[in-house]
Design a protein around this ligand. Structure first.
Ligand code: DOR
Ligand code: ZN
Ligand code: ZN
Length: 425
């Protein structure tokens, strides 16, 4: 089976290639890239006016499988990811049961392979049942193929236990994906602390809730030599902390989610609309601007989604009672292009870096590069299409997100996973 992608603008961060070329895919491999290729019998995809880039890699999704499959499962999550241009995702372990042993890692990997629409890399929890009391079966899970460890959904509040986990991560050279939240300082907050929370009569979460644990984690990474990746950075101080850590030689990186660089707390319409409720919360316009600048300057290297599906019934409970989280894999590329590329913060090449090349580099996986000889994980993205986001168009199970009706520019027109088309617009 061969696919010939004609006339697209190649954006390959690994080689800094930015030119119009044809791409020939034979079986699962990129076999040729050249100005004009003819290939008898190949399926031709016309990519005129489109970007052809490495398939997106999302370092942060919740696919809810096992145990919470009313929200999402590996098949619907994979379908949604393919629709969003993703060929690889890292699934967080806060499922039911928690992914804290090798058997559960195998369960997810096997199911994802059966589905065959996306590489789902299962992240292992750092502590047993995510209870924060003792380490999980980290080494057996590393043996089973976890790409990273994470306690996402919370922080390992016991710093000594956290340090033990980072020692294991450092010894095996896998990154730690850290959700930073001082649980004692949250104090019942559900949205950003400040005038908007006061106006809505909702309890606030201050920036310090996040910043304190980020600073702690950077110091523990410095002491252990572990690779630390900070999840969903939302505060202006997080950019300073990462900049400072990097200057000290710490192996630290950070990700931003589209909702945090697109929206701010002032956009929250009411105390009822929990589609604006996620953790960490939407911060101030000033925080948002610092995140955009941090991405632009390269301090923040990754755009991830924190795709967090929840049922309609759960999200209808109002701001205080509904669970935290919004879905994201099907809107991330369009929001990134609309807000950051058209907004002048990123070049198209930098967008691809943050959505594929940098995640692969941080995870230490041989992906995110569409050079000849590499596996054909490819996204074709049309930067000229303008349309409205509608949850009714989503392929995932859940529809919880605050972008209904929002006008965006940029559409995924095809996703190719190891030489097979997994999505076509
Ligand atoms: O908004 C969030 N949703 N933040 C988290 O940390 C957890 C996630 C979830 O699992 O729903
Ligand atoms: Zn989190
Ligand atoms: Zn998360």
């Amino acid at each position: 089976m061969a696919i010939l992608i004609k006339n697209g603008t190649i954006l390959n961060p690994a080689t800094q290639t930015n030119e119009v070329l044809d791409v020939l895919i034979t079986d699962d491999t990129i076999t040729r890239m050249a100005p004009s290729i003819d290939a008898d019998g190949a399926e031709v995809i016309d990519a005129t006016g489109c970007f052809v880039a490495p398939g997106f890699i999302d370092m942060h999704v919740h696919f809810r499988d096992p145990g919470q499959t009313a929200k999402e499962d590996i098949e619907t999550g994979s379908r949604a990811a393919a629709h969003g241009g993703y060929t690889t995702v890292c699934a967080m372990p806060n499922t039911s049961p928690v992914i804290d042993c090798p058997e559960l890692v195998h369960y997810v990997h096997n199911k994802a392979k059966e589905v065959g629409l996306c590489n789902v890399l299962q992240v292992g929890a750092m502590t047993d049942g995510m209870k924060g009391e003792k380490l999980s079966q980290l080494e057996p899970m590393i043996e089973a193929g976890i790409p990273a460890m994470s306690e996402d959904g919370k922080s390992v509040m016991n710093t000594n236990l956290f340090r033990e986990a980072l020692r294991v991560a450092a010894a095996h050279q896998i990154p730690v994906l850290s959700h930073c939240e001082d649980i004692n300082l949250v104090d019942g907050g559900v949205m950003n602390a400040g005038p908007k929370a006061e106006a809505l009569g909702i309890r606030g979460i201050s920036n310090a809730v996040e910043n304190i644990i980020e600073a702690r984690d950077i110091m523990v990474a410095e002491e252990t030599g572990a690779t630390l990746h900070l999840c969903h950075c939302s505060t202006k101080e997080s950019v300073d902390l990462i900049r400072c850590g990097k200057a000290r030689g710490v192996k630290v990186s950070g990700e931003v989610c589209p909702h945090h660089f697109t929206l701010c707390d002032e956009d929250i319409p009411s105390a009822e609309d929990s589609n604006y409720k996620m953790n960490p919360p939407l911060r101030t316009a000033e925080d948002r601007e610092a995140l955009r600048k941090g991405l632009s300057e390269g301090v923040l290297e990754v755009i991830s989604t924190d795709h967090a599906p929840h049922t309609e019934e759960e999200k209808a409970r109002g701001f205080t009672k509904a669970p935290f989280g919004i879905v994201g894999v099907e809107t991330a590329a369009a929001l990134t292009y609309s807000e950051l590329v058209l907004g002048g913060y990123l070049t198209p090449m930098q967008m691809m870096e943050k959505m594929s090349y940098n995640p692969a580099r941080i995870l230490g996986i041989d992906k995110g590069d569409i050079s000849e000889g590499k596996v054909a994980d490819v996204v074709i993205f049309d930067p000229n299409q303008t349309y409205e986001i509608h949850a009714a168009d989503f392929h995932g199970k859940s529809k919880n997100m605050p972008f209904e009706g929002r006008k965006v520019t940029g559409a995924v027109v095809a996703t190719i996973l190891a030489g097979r088309v997994t999505y076509r617009r």
